[in-house]
Ligand binder design. Structure first.
Ligand code: UDP
Ligand code: MG
Length: 310
């Protein structure tokens, strides 16, 4: 029997954990040759998620395991913790709110058996979402991917994927402070394939991702994988220096030919403001990288475990 470990980060998912366990049980009752374990990672929930998990693991000790964090560390560290503790021949990570349909698991396993080490999922849009929204979202991911060294359009927006034990071992040995598992998965290579799915609505509770988090996530996607923004800063420097030299020459010629000064208080101020802004942006970009080095150098753990049951 091959074993599949399913890693589920859970932050305030008291209304969902029992249901997702049942759904996964259903899926595996149709898969004869596979055993499964669910590793719930309670990421510092403030509701009764922990009690729910303890109860579940009492009822199904072979199937349900849990890790409890000492506080909220975030979705990515939670997934990492689950992977660090998984013993399966393959590990599937999925959200705890049933937005990632467990019905997709058999197909993921099939692809894995075909020889793929990584089966990622591509989230397609539900029909209600307008054309405009799809296009802007696609465009956003295209820009991000262009700024980064990894293709972030693959599996855009979802951490629902299967990794072979080999790939999980690689993941375990990463020592990055700023975890961006989607990018790391794409970056590490191996034989990869994607399957499409439409995300469901959240079963119960609230999404904890808001716009601020999305933007932070986007920044991480870029700055954890590439130094392109630093190059852009340098290129802009060259560009504007070049323009200013040309402008200077033209200005000298003009004042000789026309025998007059060019006046322009407004354009002067605008230029100063523009370049002041640009310099701050570039300083900020350098600062982001510096901050990352600072955090990485301290080498703190990605998460702290308070309690676990295996
Ligand atoms: N999650 C977590 N820690 C957090 C926030 C979220 O472990 O700080 C979990 C959450 O329980 C869920 C998954 O990460 O299983 C995705 O979160 P959510 O549904 O809030 O995000 P969305 O689906 O809106 O992207
Ligand atoms: Mg969700």
């Amino acid at each position: 029997m091959k074993k599949i470990s399913i890693v589920i980060p859970a932050y305030n998912e008291e209304g969902n954990v029992a249901m997702i366990h049942r759904k996964i049980q259903d899926v595996f009752s149709g898969l004869r040759n596979y055993d499964f374990e669910i590793i719930f990672v309670n990421d510092g929930s403030r509701d009764n998620t922990q009690e729910q998990l303890e109860e579940l693991s009492r009822q199904y000790p072979a199937e349900v395991k849990f890790i409890e964090f000492s506080r909220n560390f975030g979705h990515q560290p939670a997934v990492k913790a689950g992977m660090d503790h998984a013993h399966g021949n393959a590990v599937i990570s999925m959200d705890g709110d049933l937005q990632h349909p467990p019905e997709l698991i058999p197909e993921m396993i099939r692809k894995w058996e075909e020889g793929y080490d990584v089966v990622y999922t591509i989230r397609t849009y539900p029909k209600q979402i307008s054309y405009f929204k799809r296009k802007t979202s696609d465009f956003f991911y295209k820009i991000l991917s262009g700024l980064s060294d990894v293709d972030l359009t693959k599996g855009g927006g979802s951490d629902f994927r299967l990794l072979d034990a080999n790939a999980v071992e690689v993941m375990r040995n990463f020592n990055e402070d700023d975890l961006f598992l989607r990018g790391l998965t794409s970056w590490m290579g191996f034989k990869q394939t994607g399957i499409e799915f439409t995300a469901n609505e959240r079963l119960s509770g609230q999404s904890s991702y808001n716009l601020k988090k999305m933007i932070t996530f986007a920044f991480t996607g870029i700055t954890a994988f590439s130094v392109k923004p630093l190059y852009i800063a340098a290129y802009l420097g060259f560009l504007f220096s070049g323009i200013s030299v040309i402008g200077y020459v033209l200005y000298v010629i003009y004042s000789f030919v026309a025998r007059t000064e060019i006046s322009g208080w407004a354009s002067l101020i605008m230029t100063i403001v523009f370049f002041g802004g640009l310099q701050l942006i570039i300083l900020g970009i350098i600062g982001i990288y510096l901050g990352k080095i600072f955090k990485q150098v301290k080498d703190r753990p990605n998460y702290i475990i308070k309690n676990k049951k295996f």
